[in-house]
Ligand binder design. Structure first.
Ligand code: FES
Ligand SMILES: [Fe+2]
Length: 353
């Protein structure tokens, strides 16, 4: 891919922000090579516009939300959520047809603000990746985080689909028995890639141990990852009494969302829900801090160092890396995504003829 303009899967929802980020006003963010401003109107509608006022090209993100609109902070032009100018406070107050900025469809769900960089007519709510535990406050409390990563987004996806690295990169989650005690299974369902790791009858370990209240000293642990193209991951993490149904145990389902910013930078939005101590804000804060620390001090430095080592290369497979068994799901995901991007590009080219 080196030297070729970066192609992304366009007809898909990507996370653009945490919901809470928009609580304090417009947010400027580079996403899929575009500089966007994301904001929430007073009535609660989200929008994503090009972060460049058509007047003097000031960033709209330096302005403010005014009712249902965003007001440019420089000379007060106002734009609605579709990017149309709705107010010109100057001169005869006429609104030029050129007073418009690009826009992307958005939705707010599961604690994230999603945008659709493809054909707006295809932006269907049903294809937002499902994180129902983030919208189930009777059963789950949720904590969130956001990290900027200086690496191609698929290196982060590789990391998340490769559960074997936990034993080596994360001392806190390391477990007696090592990788040999894991029962790994991989699968593909349509365009979804699955990487499951079961550890039956092991010492209480991992994040689940912070929420384990039973006197049992051993449990059945599971780490089940699902990848949905292009870069959304659903992680079912938990531990349960040996042999008991999964729902009865500690459930810590995660969201991992990796929208590209540009070729060699991406955003990493994550959440962890918990079905224990859901009213205890202190344990939520602790969970948030531990998780953010593990990502920022262990995963992300390794991923960024990988990118530095391979240089300006987006497709690690083009370098013919040594492939180990735990790489199976990540390789499958890369091939599926490349195929989806190729099909989308071909369909666009055919439609343009
Ligand atoms: S730069 Fe935005 S109104 Fe002038
Ligand atoms: Fe990790």
């Amino acid at each position: 891919m080196m030297g070729v303009k970066m192609k992304y899967l366009r007809n898909a929802w990507y996370a653009g922000a945490l919901s809470t980020e928009l609580d304090s006003g417009p947010v400027s963010r580079e996403l899929l090579g575009d500089r966007m401003v994301l904001f929430r109107s007073e009535s609660g509608r989200t929008a994503a516009l090009s972060d460049r006022c058509p007047h003097r090209f000031a960033p709209l993100s330096l302005g403010r939300v005014a009712g249902e609109h965003i007001e440019c902070g420089y000379h007060g032009l106002r734009f609605d959520g579709s990017g149309k100018c709705v107010l010109n406070p100057h001169g005869d107050k006429r609104i030029s047809p050129r007073a418009e900025v690009g826009s992307w469809p958005t939705r707010e769900r599961y604690g994230f603000v999603w945008f659709w960089p493809g054909d707006p007519k295809l932006a269907d709510d049903a294809s937002i990746p499902p994180y129902p535990f983030n919208a189930d406050p009777d059963r789950f409390a949720v904590v969130y985080g956001h990290i900027d990563v200086a690496a191609h987004y698929e290196l982060v996806v590789d990391n998340l689909l490769d559960l074997s690295h936990v034993e080596f990169l994360h001392p806190l989650f390391k477990q007696s028995g090592g990788v040999d005690s894991h029962q790994m299974s991989y699968g593909v369902e349509g365009t979804t890639v699955i990487a499951n790791r079961l550890k039956p009858n092991v010492e209480i370990q991992g994040l689940a141990r912070f929420f384990w209240t039973s006197p049992s000293k051993r449990f059945d642990a599971r780490s089940n990852m699902r990848w949905l193209p292009p870069s959304a991951l659903i992680f079912d993490l938990g531990g349960t009494e040996c042999g008991a149904p999964v729902e009865e145990g500690v459930c810590l389902p995660n969201a991992h969302l990796i929208p590209p910013a540009s070729e060699f930078c991406c955003h990493y939005f994550w959440s962890i829900a918990r079905n224990r101590q859901i009213d205890d804000e202190e344990s939520g804060r602790g969970l948030q801090q531990i998780t953010q620390k593990v990502f920022t001090t262990e995963d992300i430095p390794m991923i960024e160092a990988q990118q530095r080592n391979i240089g300006q290369v987006t497709d690690i497979l083009s370098l013919r890396p040594l492939t180990l068994e735990p790489d199976t799901p990540a390789v499958r995901a890369r091939l599926i995504l490349a195929d989806l991007i190729r099909r989308e590009t071909d369909a666009q080219a055919a439609a343009a003829e």
